[in-house]
Every structure is written in C-alpha cells, then in structure tokens.
Design a protein around this ligand. Structure first.
Ligand SMILES: [Zn+2]
Length: 160
C-alpha cells in the first residue's frame, strides 16, 4: 500500500501517481522499498542462524567419533559412519551459505532420521544429549519457517 503524503489516499503498489490527487508517489514507493528490504533482511538473518546449528552438528559428530572410538563405544566402522555424517553436515554448512532454506530442510530431515535410527536401534539413546537435539531441531525448524516466509515475502513484493 502506498499512502499518499499529500492527501493520505491509499494507493495500490506500483502506481507512480496518487489516484486521488495526482501527486508523485516516488518518495513513498522508495520508502516502502527500503522498509521491505530491511524486513526481508531480518527474515534472512533468522534463516542464516541455521548455519550455526548445522556447523555445531558437524563439529560434534567429529568430536564424538573420536571420543567414542577411544572409549570403545564404537568400532572403526561405527566411527566411519559417525565421521561420514559429520562430513555431510560439513557439506550442508557450506551449502547453507548459498541456499539456507534447502540446506536447513535437508539438515533437519537427516538429523531427525539419524536420531530416529539411533532410538530404534537402542531406545536408551533417546535421552542422550536431549537438550542439544531439541536445540538443533528448534533452530532448524525456525530457520525453515523463516526461509519459507522470506520466499513468500519476496514473491509477493516482486523483489528480485
Ligand atoms: Zn494524493
């Protein structure tokens, strides 16, 4: 909505001149564009937080692979799997920079599958690091929701 600064008439977006009084809407449109851009920027910032959570998972996988191998919780094959997943999250962390929404969706699916598989194989693992699991899931879910909102917002406003 472009509110005319002279007569306060509410004009549709895209109009160059006020429908009511005919004065230029250029300044109002410019202010609107800047407001839209900063709003889109805030949404994008929320999406980018997912990158931190994805990176955290990558680091923890690597860390746990080492700890579990030393403490004999897993064998070499197990370590390769844990490290492999860490590497995948490392890849998602890189991808998240150029495509945060898609990377967050893949990361969430992978993370959920990973821990679901663990829980099925050994139900006692459910409570292991439960706060961390919840944290990662919450950050990713929020990022995905912000990413979808951002996409919708940009589409609605016809922004590039
Ligand atoms: Zn007007």
């Amino acid at each position: 909505m472009l509110t005319c600064s002279q007569c306060l008439h509410a004009n549709a977006r895209g109009l160059k001149f006020c429908e009511n009084c005919g004065c230029s809407l250029a300044k109002v449109a410019e202010a609107e564009r800047i407001a839209d851009e900063s709003e889109a920027e805030v949404m994008l910032l929320e999406v980018k937080k997912a990158r931190g959570a994805i990176g955290l998972v990558a680091i923890l996988q690597t860390l746990f692979a080492g700890i579990w191998l030393v403490t004999d919780v897993i064998d070499t094959t197990g370590m390769v799997v844990v490290l492999g997943l860490g590497a995948v999250f490392g890849g998602l962390w890189v991808w998240c920079k150029s495509n945060p929404l898609a990377a967050s969706i893949v990361a969430l699916l992978l993370f959920a599958t990973m821990h679901l598989a663990d829980a099925i194989a050994d139900p006692s693992t459910i409570t292991n690091g439960v706060l961390l699991k919840i944290f990662v899931v919450v950050v990713l879910v929020r990022a995905i929701s912000a990413g979808l909102k951002h996409r919708e917002f940009v589409r609605e406003r016809g922004m590039a």
